[in-house]
Design a protein around this ligand. Structure first.
Ligand SMILES: NC(=O)c1ccc[n+]([C@@H]2O[C@H](COP(=O)([O-])OP(=O)(O)OC[C@H]3O[C@@H](n4cnc5c(N)ncnc54)[C@H](OP(=O)(O)O)[C@@H]3O)[C@@H](O)[C@H]2O)c1
Length: 317
């Protein structure tokens, strides 16, 4: 039997190991593709640790939820989805869900950028009825997904984009990456409340990468400061870096036009998420973050490496 090299999760919560595994075999619905680049995203680690709702928990398995491949006909494509197990030299793909990429696309940049970029792209395409000219607040804007969300909102025609986050230096940089205003999420709750009320009281859409206690505070600050409580406020939960839950008083829903939703695996049909258009924008360099390439053989070290803001580790098999 032919073998290939792959990353393999053998124990939940531990980094994958570099292993030899049986080569994938094509079937009537799937073709074998050569893997060119795979990003290590927060969701990749969360699924591999068993803590994500999309984790199957069945061991061993190949991690990786997306990647850039070269198809049998020589074309490039972006592929992915939970359970796709992309961190290997070759994988099986479903040609019907492969998103075509231009021949000159940089695989590492696309692999680094598609997952963070699609979080806001899908939210604004499929989870809220976004209209150009509306204002967007990004909470957790200093992370990879949050910082691309600013570019995505701008790209899609947002009227005003407000970036909220903790990292002062990164927040300041976001002013030259499309943010009109920044709000510092400081350790002082009163200072944060006043800053959010001043900058985002009448915002139309919140893209929330943080959740948990910071979201409880931000929601309170914005709802209390709204000029018109009947103006629709679409609050989209996308990430949970600040915690998995929030407490919400029912009276906040009755006394404001607050609409809560979430965006992630399971809440949208990926076939209708506008991914080909996003892939073109990413491949053109408009919506990217910086890849930090690492070889598959170095997977254990790459897995635990802490990216600096605006950078994402990408495995090159
Ligand atoms: N649903 C989707 O489609 C989708 C897609 C992509 C990502 N996500 C999720 O979105 C989240 C962010 O992803 P990412 O790729 O941007 O990760 P990342 O690059 O690691 O950034 C993490 C961000 O979270 C912030 N953060 C962490 N703890 C916080 C806290 N207690 N209070 C305020 N901010 C806090 C960090 O702020 P500092 O800079 O101050 O440390 C940073 O901005 C993750 O939960 C990820 O799984 C969801």
């Amino acid at each position: 039997m032919e073998h290939i090299n792959a990353a393999l999760i053998e124990s939940l919560g531990e980094p994958p190991r570099y292993r030899s595994v049986p080569a994938p075999q094509a079937d009537p619905h799937h073709e074998v593709a050569e893997v060119l680049a795979v990003g290590i995203h927060p969701v990749t680690r969360a699924i591999a640790s068993g803590s994500h709702y999309a984790s199957s928990g069945t061991l061993p398995f190949i991690p990786g939820i997306d990647g850039v491949v070269r198809r049998a006909d020589g074309s490039l494509a972006y592929v992915g989805g939970p359970g796709s197990g992309t961190m290997a030299e070759r994988i099986l793909i479903n040609p019907r869900s492969a998103v075509p990429l231009p021949a000159d696309a940089d695989p590492a940049t696309v692999a680094a950028s598609m997952n963070p970029a699609m979080s806001s792209w899908i939210a604004l395409h499929a989870r809220v009825p976004f209209r150009p000219g509306q204002s967007v607040l990004v909470i957790g804007a200093t992370g990879a997904a949050g910082s691309i969300a600013i570019k995505v909102a701008r790209h899609l025609g947002a009227g005003q984009v407000i970036a909220a986050g903790r990292n002062q230096e990164r927040l300041h940089q976001l002013l030259s990456e499309g943010a009109d205003k920044v709000v510092s999420l400081s350790p002082d709750d009163d200072v944060t409340t006043a800053a959010l009320a001043g900058a985002a009281a009448d915002v139309d859409i919140v893209l929330d990468y943080v959740w948990g206690a910071p979201t409880e505070l931000a929601m309170r600050a914005i709802l209390d400061a709204r000029t018109d409580h009947t103006q629709l406020l679409d609050w989209v939960h996308i990430g949970g870096t600040g915690g998995p839950t929030i407490t919400l008083d029912g009276s906040d829903l009755r006394s404001n036009a607050l609409r809560l939703s979430g965006s992630g695996f399971g809440s949208i049909d990926m076939q209708h998420a506008g991914l080909p258009e996003l892939a073109s924008a990413v491949a053109s360099g408009a919506l990217t973050i910086r890849p930090r390439p690492a070889a598959l053989v170095d997977i254990e070290e790459a897995w635990t490496y802490q990216n600096s803001p605006g950078e994402r580790t990408v495995i090159i098999p």
